[in-house]
Design a binder for this molecule. Structure first.
Ligand code: MG
Length: 376
């Protein structure tokens, strides 16, 4: 006790001596800094991501993903953004180009007025969610750089709490699946796309190569709720830890029935696009899969994550095939998530940025400001 009391007195003396300096620093930092005002310039260019493997989900296969790269220049700083547009979601480089051409930021002189700027962008038209996200991400990157901090810090999130990311193994022949599983040995959780006739075979093939936990994404591919429940019980026995979008998104009552009985947590993906869908998902799913390209970007994604948690739901952060730009933007939110599926940049061979790192399977955020990327 004596020691700690002496220590306390000593510390108090040090604190008192330093107080005048600290007071000065606080006083200086509390002087209101005039915001830097100027012109924001939005520019954009199309880019095509080359996929390392042919990508197959229930419904389609492809070898590339079109994206639109955006940037906002302001007062010597540049914020980078990206829209990823897998064909099945309806946006294209043409629609994005048309939408982004309508944006006129000359009415705004302060990038910190993100609410006004992003509401303006959102209200320019229906849909175009990936294009909107590309502006949102660039603006967040810019503002983070102006503050000099990464967004996870601005949001007050603990970078130690990032989850492991899953790594997706696409549907393929047994031989290729085994090869993919071996290539993915660094990951602590793998994601498997199901929703075809050979679902059990696919799981057994993966299980013949690895025992790591598996996340399953059905992409609405199961049609019968009783069979789905039976399958989920079997999957639990096979070491699966979560199920994504088992039934078609419009089958709300069947989904709620399945969720109430499922021994594994069920996440809505196709069912949950934007903020109002989070409220509708309560009681229907155990959790939601948030993707920047679905929800128009980081601003809404953050609110969706907080809303889901307030409704007692779990959060997953997902992605499309994207460069490290959009992936690192999404990763800023990942301390709020129980599951992350941020492997989109790992599935391409022509990334343009370096951003978050995956260390021993875990998402590792850097100290870099904004969304934490540098151009390669
Ligand atoms: Mg999904």
């Amino acid at each position: 006790m004596k020691t700690s009391r002496r220590k306390f007195i000593a510390l108090s003396a040090v604190a008192a001596a330093g107080l005048s300096t600290v007071t000065n620093v606080i006083a200086n930092s509390q002087v209101r800094q005039k915001p830097v005002l100027g012109k924001m310039k939005l520019s954009f260019e199309p880019y095509n991501l080359a996929l390392r493997h042919v990508f197959t989900i229930a419904g389609s296969s492809r070898t590339s993903t079109p994206v639109m790269l955006t940037r906002i220049d302001f007062s010597g700083f540049t914020g980078f953004g990206e829209a990823s547009m897998p064909p099945y979601l309806g946006e294209t480089q043409e629609t994005a180009s048309k939408f982004l051409s309508m944006i006129d930021l000359s009415g705004f002189s302060d990038p910190f007025q993100m609410e006004d700027i992003l509401n303006y962008v959102d209200n320019l038209g229906e849909g175009n969610r990936a294009a909107k996200a590309s502006v949102d991400i660039a603006l967040h990157d810019l503002v983070g750089k102006l503050i000099g901090q990464p967004w996870y810090r601005i949001w007050g999130l603990n970078p130690e709490l990032t989850p492991n990311t899953s790594f997706t193994i696409g549907i393929d022949t047994a031989e290729v699946v085994k090869q993919k599983v071996n290539e993915a040995s660094a990951y602590k959780i793998l994601k498997v796309k199901l929703g075809r006739e050979n679902d059990r075979e696919m799981i057994q093939t993966i299980r013949s190569a690895t025992n790591v936990p598996l996340a399953v994404d059905v992409n609405q591919g199961w049609k019968d709720k009783d069979k789905a429940l039976e399958m989920i019980y079997w999957l639990k026995e096979m070491g699966i830890v979560m199920i994504e979008q088992p039934l078609p998104k419009e089958r709300i009552d069947d989904m709620a029935w399945l969720t109430a009985r499922s021994p594994l947590p069920i996440f809505g993906d196709e069912s949950v696009q934007r903020l109002p869908d989070v409220v509708k998902a309560a009681g229907v799913y155990h959790g939601i899969n948030i993707k920047l390209m679905k929800c128009t970007g980081m601003r809404e994604a953050f609110i969706m994550a907080k809303t889901a948690k307030s409704l007692g739901m779990k959060v997953m952060i997902g992605c499309m095939t994207e460069t490290s730009c959009a992936i690192s933007a999404a990763a800023q939110l990942s301390p709020l998530a129980e599951f992350a599926d941020l492997d989109g940049n790992l599935l391409i061979s022509n990334d343009l940025y370096s951003g978050i790192q995956i260390k021993a399977g875990k998402i590792t955020l850097s100290d870099l400001p904004g969304i934490g990327i540098v151009k390669i």
